[in-house]
Ligand binder design. Structure first.
Ligand code: GLU
Length: 443
């Protein structure tokens, strides 16, 4: 049995109740075969066995009081997966589906994504099964304060730097930061995605969505296609989706459908950024509100958002949202490129179909790395006690996304898998971490 298959089997045995983690590990490890053939020394050094096991997993109780004075308890966690190339870095997710298996899959992906950015950040992820939906502002604050009251002892600007993910945006980062500062007295860059008046970076809010579009733009230009006039479907309407929408519009494309967890809207005239931003970021309402402003749009529940003919599909909602049947529809309708804005939004069956049908496929750990890359830029600015302009950060972000694309595409070619960005991104991200681990001895 190959080294890779042996390690995958061990991961399955050791983590039997964590299907998302097993899926992420299998996808990465299987694509590393060509790199391991060239580097037999990694097996002796146990690199794969080490890389699939988090350095540290912290699980804790988060008691908080709701608006009725009743005590509620959630489970909090932070998984410090790999620090070979820098402090642990990765978001916090607040969603009822959160359990260690989800955080481990995200933390594992984060190792390679962060490596691809070219910046010195290791991989970590955290979160809680707390459901922010329908909670008051004060409940959110009390939850965040309680969460940080435990987490503060495990993080710092040089140890582990959390940020946002699903359910965690500027408001939550603000409450977490305030509590960290209150407990430790340290005014340091322990979190990214902070408000602009207290250490946040310009363009961090926009970064994941913009970065996704910069990446896809570079990828399709390589095959002589253009965003100008392209029809695009974006699933989701959170931070990634909203700023992908804005950038697609700026570059001359048209977004014809977007969704939230209840349903999707479809508008052949193209979705308006300012309206969507207002509904989702300011009013925190359902996507169906969009029809109040644009009555010609349709609102659909219970049907796949991938059913409309489009050129480019950008899944920006959540893991495993785009399934085989969705991929079949997209391919039948002539979609030629897919860019993952969320983490692992396409199932392995869907990815296989895209690749077999020569649909350009940009895997999340490359295509959505712009968020965490800009977080690393926020860390740099905090360390310098300085801030760059929007244009400076945006230009750096764009350079990083173009470099990630070139690195992934070049690596794919070098390892005999031309045009396979999954293989290219995984190998490129892996080699840097593996070499750092070898250099640092038995860590
Ligand atoms: N949660 C985002 C990601 O998946 C951002 C992480 C960060 O900025 O640290 O990359």
């Amino acid at each position: 049995m190959s080294y890779v298959q042996d390690v995958i089997n061990k991961v399955k045995e050791r983590n039997p109740h964590e299907p998302e983690f097993i899926q992420a590990v299998t996808e990465v490890l299987e694509s590393l075969e060509p790199a391991l053939e060239r580097h037999p020394e990694y097996e002796q050094a146990g690199i794969l066995e080490r890389i699939v096991e988090p350095e540290r997993q912290i699980l804790f109780r988060v008691p908080w009081m709701d608006d009725n004075g009743k005590v509620q308890v959630n489970r909090g966690m932070r998984i410090q997966f790999n620090s070979a190339i820098g402090p642990y870095k990765g978001g916090l997710r607040l969603h009822p589906t959160v359990y260690p298996g989800i955080i481990k899959f995200l933390g594992f992906e984060q190792i390679f994504k962060n490596s691809l950015t070219g910046l010195p950040i290791g991989g970590g992820k955290g979160g809680s099964d707390f459901d922010p939906k329908g909670k008051s502002d004060l409940e959110i604050m009390r939850f965040c304060q309680s969460f940080m009251t435990e987490l503060y002892r495990h993080v710092s600007a040089d140890i582990d730097v959390p940020a946002g993910d699903i359910g965690v945006g500027g408001r939550e980062i603000g409450y977490l930061f305030g509590q960290y500062k209150r407990i430790t007295g340290l005014n340091e860059g322990v979190l990214t995605g902070k408000g602009l008046s207290y250490g946040g970076s310009l363009a961090r809010t926009e970064a994941t969505g913009y970065g996704l579009v910069y990446f896809v733009d570079e990828m399709i230009q390589d095959k002589n296609k253009s965003l100008n006039g392209a029809r695009v479907i974006i699933s989701g309407s959170g931070n990634v989706a909203i700023y992908a929408l804005q950038k697609i519009n700026q570059l001359g494309g048209k977004v014809i459908a977007m969704s939230d967890s209840t349903g999707h809207i479809h508008d052949e005239n193209g979705i308006d950024f300012a309206t969507m931003q207002k509904i989702k970021e300011v009013e925190r309402k359902r996507i169906s509100e969009y029809l109040k402003y644009f009555p010609q749009a349709e609102y659909v529940e219970g049907e796949s958002i991938w059913r409309y003919p489009c050129d480019i599909a950008l899944p920006c909602a959540t893991q495993n949202e785009l399934k085989q049947a969705d991929a079949e529809m997209l391919i039948a309708h002539g979609c030629y490129a897919v860019g993952e804005g969320a983490n692992m939004p396409c199932t392995p069956e869907a990815v296989k179909l895209f690749q077999e049908n020569k649909v350009m496929f940009a895997p999340g750990k490359a295509a959505n790395a712009g968020g965490v890359a800009t977080s690393a830029l926020e860390m740099s600015q905090n360390s310098m006690r300085y801030s760059w302009t929007f244009e400076e950060v945006d230009a750096k972000l764009k350079n990083i996304m173009v470099s990630i694309y070139r690195n992934a595409s070049q690596t794919a070619k070098e390892y005999g898998h031309e045009d396979n960005l999954v293989v290219g991104a995984n190998i490129a991200g892996f080699l840097k971490v593996a070499n750092a681990m070898v250099s640092q001895g038995l860590v």
